[in-house]
Design a protein around this ligand. Structure first.
Ligand code: MN
Length: 498
């Protein structure tokens, strides 16, 4: 489900023909050396390939248009090795539709004090060239990323690698296809929005299907298939019967197994990678899909409940942006439920009715089948767990009528103080930065939803870069947030993002 393309990034050295062929050959050789070092780095998640020196306006247009047409090219990395007059970039940048990072690096780490002469200065003038190059992006209001630092430096490599994941998110956003079983919950504002504008801005396809078009796919799952998958569940998870008869419990679990298989077949057949449902509109389904959806989210599908179509798309985006990441801790749908207001122990209990993604689970995962206390179906079997601890981000994409805003919050996930034996859902407990009081007020002022797309593995900076690339408004709530400045920034956004 998370097999994405073998994306490549094009390293394009920026130069000109003023310094002779020898210098141009050095520039090319140095680019090969930089690419080799980047490709050997654990921080660089995608292959870097060297492209011909960007010498003239013609070469630049040719290279950038080739990048547009190559589905495996996720972005361009420029490096102004020498001076490179930036009017040469104007026509190419007018055509370029792939993300671009200006890697403001330099071949040599140190000034060679004893030998430096004018030949060296001509060949190695990144400080000079990067400014000329940067100017044209500013002049053209072309949204690009700047990563500054020595190419062997771990921090610079990490920043470049983080941007690569953003660039893949920009490319893959166009492949996000959300299937909506049922419409948005009646009268709920924040989960709704302009689906046409989402298609224009993000490239997302958002389609509606009657839930009863899904039901035959679930009904067509054979008993043997459902039993085999339920066996896998029983081997994988602990069971908490809550006094239920084991055979009756097993029947609830098999309903979810058939739903997992049936929903996945429907999504595969219709080419969707994200979906939403609604507990109040389940048609012929026997239970609210719970364990079924939890497993599908873990496989890489985006999901949102109550007809929310923006959160499933964002969850899918995060899963794609973090695909293949070593030691990933997980990206998931979350929902703000209940505060703990006790001084020194403040935080928000995150959960959902039942559909919480076990990819964020820490340790033991158990199956329970308990009443939902909403809707009119059988008690759904679901997975129960506690989330991992550590820093993470919560994001909410909202439609403000004239624009989308992406609210991005730094949070710290903490252990819950005590077990919650009566609560039959997966949970995460976090404290927003800078603290519960300011972080929550800022989130509310910004119009953030109760549903969030949450990730331990992406940073606020990455989500800001993604939002900027999409041309929407990012707002960040972090350790430096104070409400007076934050509210002013929201007002400034009203002016800028018309
Ligand atoms: Mn909800």
């Amino acid at each position: 489900m998370l097999d994405i393309k073998q994306y490549k990034f094009w390293l394009c050295p920026c130069t000109q023909d003023l310094y002779g062929d020898e210098v141009l050959e050095h520039v090319h050789q140095h680019a090969l050396e930089v690419a080799e070092a980047l490709n050997a780095s654990d921080s660089i998640p995608f292959e870097v390939v060297v492209k011909p020196n960007l010498l003239t306006s013609d070469v630049i247009q040719e290279t950038f248009n080739a990048a547009n047409m190559d589905p495996e090219c996720a972005g361009i990395i420029t490096w102004a090795h020498t001076f490179s007059p930036s009017k040469s970039y104007i026509l190419g940048l007018q055509d370029l539709r792939k993300p671009l990072c200006q890697f403001a690096t330099q071949y040599n780490e140190e000034i060679p004090y004893d030998t430096i002469d004018m030949d060296f200065m001509n060949e190695n003038q990144a400080a000079h060239g990067e400014r000329e190059l940067g100017h044209i992006f500013a002049r053209m209001r072309w949204n690009h990323k700047v990563v500054f630092g020595f190419w062997k430096d771990a921090e610079a490599q990490k920043e470049l690698g983080d941007w690569m994941r953003v660039a893949v998110g920009v490319n893959e956003s166009r492949n996000i296809r959300v299937c909506r079983f049922a419409d948005t919950m009646r009268n709920v504002a924040v989960t709704d929005g302009d689906k046409v504008e989402a298609h224009v801005k993000f490239g997302w396809t958002v389609d509606a299907w009657p839930v009863n078009d899904l039901v035959p796919y679930v009904d067509a799952v054979t008993d043997a298939e459902a039993k085999a998958l339920a066996d896998e569940y029983y081997d994988t998870y602990e069971l908490v019967l809550d006094g239920r008869d084991p055979e009756e419990f097993r029947r609830h679990v098999e309903v979810q197994a058939a739903q997992e298989i049936g929903i996945e077949r429907f999504l595969e057949e219709h080419n969707y990678n994200a979906f939403s449902d609604h507990f109040g509109d389940l048609g012929g389904l026997k239970q609210l899909p719970s364990l079924a959806i939890q497993r599908l989210m873990q496989k890489g599908y985006g999901f949102g409940p109550e007809g929310d179509w923006k959160t499933p798309a964002m969850v899918r985006l995060m899963k794609v942006m973090t695909a293949g990441m070593k030691d990933a801790k997980g990206s998931a749908l979350m929902e703000d439920y209940t505060y703990n207001l006790v001084k020194g122990k403040e935080g928000i209990l995150e959960s959902h009715m039942s559909e919480v993604d076990p990819s964020v689970a820490d340790g033991r995962i158990a199956i329970r089948a308990t009443p939902l206390s909403m809707g009119d179906r059988e008690d759904p079997a679901r997975l129960i767990f506690t989330g991992k601890t550590g820093p993470a981000i919560a994001t909410s994409l909202v439609d403000l009528g004239n624009r989308f805003r992406l609210i991005i919050q730094d949070v710290d996930c903490k252990p819950v103080e005590k077990p919650m034996p009566m609560l039959p859902t997966g949970t995460v407990f976090w404290e927003p930065r800078p603290n519960l009081k300011v972080g929550t007020a800022a989130w509310i002022y910004a119009g953030g939803a109760h549903h969030t797309a949450f990730s331990y593995d992406l940073t606020a900076d990455q989500m800001v870069d993604w939002a900027e690339a999409m041309g929407i408004e990012p707002v960040v709530i972090d350790a430096n947030t104070n409400l007076r400045d934050f509210q002013r920034d929201l007002k400034l956004g009203e002016v800028y993002y018309r």
